[in-house]
Each structure stands twice: as structure tokens, then as C-alpha cells.
Design a protein around this ligand. Structure first.
Ligand SMILES: [Zn+2]
Length: 325
């Protein structure tokens, strides 16, 4: 029996009916707002390709965090910029680094906010790669100790969750071990398990000043053509001790998010990255798209695919819109 017995339009007649049968309820609960911490005081520089997003010194980070918490967004993720870059990313684990000082300032302000930190070396290395270079290559095992030291410094400063994004093999285990040895067993790991080598990171590299100075990241980030390999990466990271995993970017990889969600039982996050954000902003500025409608549709799509945690530069706008409706 089909038409005229079945008429799907019956349940679309009014907003109340549509609300009753809505399968995906977008809310602020899963949103994470990414922020860029830089050295100094009173610094607030807008990233030109990311309107409304700033590089900020710790004192300014705290002020924006106050606003973020007030909007009902539960978490921020911090990226750091160093005073000086060098071959071995020594500022990545400096106790006085911009990220470490920002975490301490957020803790001191007693904000009701989960603090996640990105753990990677590319913002801190003079060559812009996510690991140290040996014989012209990004050396996997030599990088692990520095990543673990960086994660430890974030955890000591008060981070709730550390999020390694470097894509070295074995980093989750190295970080877990280092945290546990230092009695920081309650600090969780959100692993960027399936991070693709993507053109959508363009604006981020301006924000984090992290473009590689030679070569590219194809020897450690994933090939955009591979989905089965993502499942393997996720399985390995969970085995090594990841509490949550992430797929990055989000929009070109919704199928990967869905497959990961179906296969694994840990919380799944997705990163709605800088290029995805910049495209919407640019089109909205030209009057080509209705920004609110498109942003809420994008976030709903990412959640529908299976991500319960969404890292997005749209978080503050989305929270304002969601709080109103
Ligand atoms: Zn990196």
C-alpha cells in the first residue's frame, strides 16, 4: 500500500508536528569553540580570513571565555602561538607558554568551562611540520616524547582534556603513559584519530602561523580518498587509550563520521574547520547565503552523520541562535 494511504506530508504540516518527529535536535551541549592563544598582554588581532576569530593573549582569552560560558557553550579548545619557533618545538611544553598561561587564567577565573588543548608541534617548529625532522623526514618516534611533554604541561596547567592532532603513530599511548606517570590519570584524551590532509585548513594556517616551510603533510595526515583506513586509525587510538575520537575536517567526510559512529562506542567528535567556516562567511558577506540558516543546517548535518561533539568557529553564533529558538 502506498499513496493515497501513505502521505509523509501529514507530519510536516505545522512546526509543532515537525518538532515532534524531528530526529536530530541540535543544541549547545556538544559545541566546542576553538581559540588561538598568543604571547603578551592586551593582544587581540583578527585573523583576516576568519572574521570574528582572533589571536589573543591570555588576558583576552579569559574575557572571551567568559562570554562563551555565558552562552551555554560547554567547552573551548586552545591552540597556541609561541614567542619563538625552533627546530624542536621547545615552547610547546614551556610552563609559561601562551596556552599554559591561558588555562591557568581560565581556572583562576573559575569559569564553568571544559578546557581542551590541541597538542601538536606545527605552531612551534621553525619548519612548520607537526614533528621533528631527521634526515629530511618527519621522525615519528622522536616526536612522541615532545608531544607527551606538551600534553603534560597542559594537564599540569589545568586542562581537562588533551587533544593530539599530529597524526604520529603511537602518540596516544605515549601521552597516556606520561599523564599516568605524573598522576594525571583523570585528564582525558580526545584524539584527532582520522585527520585528513586537507585543503580546508588554509585559513587556520594563517591563524596559527603553521604552514609547513617545505614539503607537505601527506606522510602523516590521511589521504582524502581513504575511509577504511580511518576505521583502522580510530581502532588503534582507542586501543592506545583515547577516550574520545575526532574526524577532521567535517563536511567532506560525513561518510567517515557515520562509519566511525556505527563501528565504535566512544564519543565521536568532528571538526568543522577553518576553510568550511571561511566559505560560509565569505558567501554570507556577499549576500549569497543566509548565514544563520546555512550554519544551523551544516551543524545539524554533522550531528546527523553521527558526531555528538562539534568543534566549530560558528559556536558563539550558533549558541545565540539556538538559545533564542
Ligand atoms: Zn600540527
Amino acid at each position: 500500500m502506498t499513496f493515497p494511504t501513505h502521505r509523509p506530508r501529514r507530519l510536516r504540516r505545522t512546526e509543532a508536528l515537525r518538532g515532534l518527529v524531528r530526529e536530530t535536535q541540535l543544541s549547545t551541549h556538544g559545541l566546542v569553540y576553538p581559540m588561538f592563544a598568543c604571547p603578551g598582554a592586551n593582544v587581540r588581532t583578527e585573523v583576516s580570513s576568519m572574521p570574528g576569530i582572533y589571536q589573543q593573549s591570555p588576558d583576552q582569552i579569559v574575557e572571551e571565555c567568559r562570554e562563551v560560558a555565558g552562552l551555554g557553550i560547554p567547552a573551548v579548545i586552545l591552540f597556541g602561538l609561541p614567542e619563538h619557533k625552533d627546530e624542536t618545538a621547545s615552547e610547546a611544553f614551556a610552563a609559561h607558554g601562551a596556552v599554559q598561561r591561558s588555562i591557568e587564567a581560565i581556572r583562576k577565573a573559575k569559569l564553568d568551562l571544559i578546557v581542551i588543548t590541541d597538542v601538536c608541534l606545527c605552531e612551534y617548529t621553525s619548519h612548520g611540520h607537526c614533528g621533528v625532522i631527521q634526515n629530511g623526514e618527519v621522525a615519528n618516534d622522536a616526536t612522541l616524547k615532545i608531544l607527551a611533554d606538551a600534553a603534560l604541561s597542559h594537564a599540569r596547567a589545568g586542562a581537562d582534556i588533551v587533544a593530539p592532532s599530529d597524526m604520529m603513530d603511537g602518540r596516544v599511548a605515549a601521552i597516556r603513559q606520561k599523564l599516568d606517570e605524573n598522576r594525571l590519570e583523570n585528564v582525558a584524551i580526545l584524539s584527532y584519530a582520522a585527520k585528513y590532509c586537507s585543503g580546508f585548513y588554509g585559513p587556520f594556517r594563517e591563524a596559527a602561523q603553521s604552514a609547513p616551510q617545505f614539503g607537505d603533510r601527506r606522510s602523516y595526515q590521511m589521504d582524502p580518498a581513504n575511509a577504511r583506513e580511518a576505521l583502522r586509525e580510530v581502532a588503534l587510538d582507542i586501543e592506545e587509550g583515547a577516550d574520545m575520537i575526532m574526524v577532521k575536517p567535517a563536511l567532506p567526510y560525513l561518510d567517515v563520521i557515520q562509519r566511525v559512529r556505527e563501528r565504535f562506542d566512544v564519543p565521536v567528535g568532528a571538526y568543522n574547520v577553518s576553510g568550511e567556516f571561511a566559505m560560509v562567511k565569505a558567501a554570507a558577506r556577499n549576500g549569497w547565503l543566509d548565514e544563520k540558516r546555512v550554519v544551523l543546517e551544516i551543524l545539524t548535518g554533522i550531528q546527523r552523520a553521527g558526531a555528538s561533539i562539534i568543534l566549530t568557529y560558528h559556536a558563539k553564533d550558533a549558541a545565540r541562535w539556538l538559545n533564542r529558538c
